[in-house]
Design a protein around this ligand. Sequence first.
Ligand SMILES: Cc1ncc(COP(=O)(O)O)c(C=O)c1O
Length: 417
Amino acid sequence: MSLKSAPDREALLAKCGENTLLIPHELVLYDFLTDSLQHRLLPRNANATDSLPPGIDAALPECFAARFGMPHAIPLSQGRLAEAFVAKLLVRNGHVIPGSAPFPTLRAHIELSGGTYLPVVPAKAFDLWTRHPFKGDLDTEALEAVITRSNPEWVPFVCIEPCNNACGGQPMSLANLKAVKEITDRFGIPLLLDACRVIENAILIKESEPGQNAKSPWEIVREIFSLADICVMSATKDFYTPIGGFLAFRKRELYEMSFDLLALLGDGLAHQAKTDLLSALSNEEAILSLVQTKISNVRALHEGLKCSYNVVEPAGGHAVVIDISGLELKPPFAVKNFLRHIYMQWGIRASEHGMESSSAIRLAVPLCGVDQSTINQTVSGLRKAAEQASLVPALKKVDEPAGFTGFMRARFKCDNK
Ligand SMILES: Cc1ncc(COP(=O)(O)O)c(C=O)c1O
């Protein structure tokens, strides 16, 4: 199937129930659905090796410990598998877990184990159009109040997610992270770091946090890790790998307890995947350079879209969030109509972003595969889309499978057909 023509894309959309989430990545010209490299066919990394290093099973955790300073690491296939381990190990009925605005799979794992996730996010996180450099910070007063109210014994950990995805990739400051750690230490509660985008966050701390500019991003990364007791990490966002993640612990006890679960659930990693993961982690300079490029691309996209849309300020580390509430789109699926239209007309894929405003759209920028031409074409398509909004056809839902992920596989029809 050709990607070049709108009629081809229209036919593909019809096959996929007009749902852009169901279109395979290979059939998207400009794909901003996710910054994950998981569904991409990546050329081998320049550092990759075809011969297995002897003892890869030891080399990988050793490399993790050297990069991040956390001694006990278990490589896993994905971040969400690490979350499942943590929930099974630590969360029981009635537990309360306060923290950053959560990633949906973390929240779901906690809830499946009987816990309740309580975001403790300051008002500035949702002050969408005002520039605050660290909108990903936690509200430390609210955190302390939740812990006291819930009884610290019922709080198995507090969760922090630097470059918070739910807020559109907004970073946390080191000062806030330290204040959070002071509170968790005082109550004797472990601090869990979702380190998915910790490199991005460290770069933004160096750039914008007073007193941090003299440090290298890697010094900041290790400082962030030094505050954490437990780490879950998806490696497919800040590192050049299509698979991989980590579960890591500062103390040996929980690490040892994870091996029973590892025997039951597996790590999901083929040997080749482990070598790719190792090479993705092996060169600090190369990692920084890729993440720097990602941040620059996000900013270029943000800058280009500003004149046509309300854009969440400032640009996030990995995403641009735009508000389309001002466009004349037909209800009840205004955002889906728009997402379908931009794919059909220009081959651009973005996603709905469930923030305060239900008419937010997220463009997530991956580590590689985005160049100036991609950005120019995307900006140009989206500018035209803003002008044509009143002509965008409406969708009506024809089917939605059961289950909490059913909405992702829902099928629609164009109302004008
Ligand atoms: C913040 C965050 N945590 C966890 C995950 C889950 O990671 P994975 O996709 O590797 O399962 C993601 C995925 O996008 C994420 O953005």
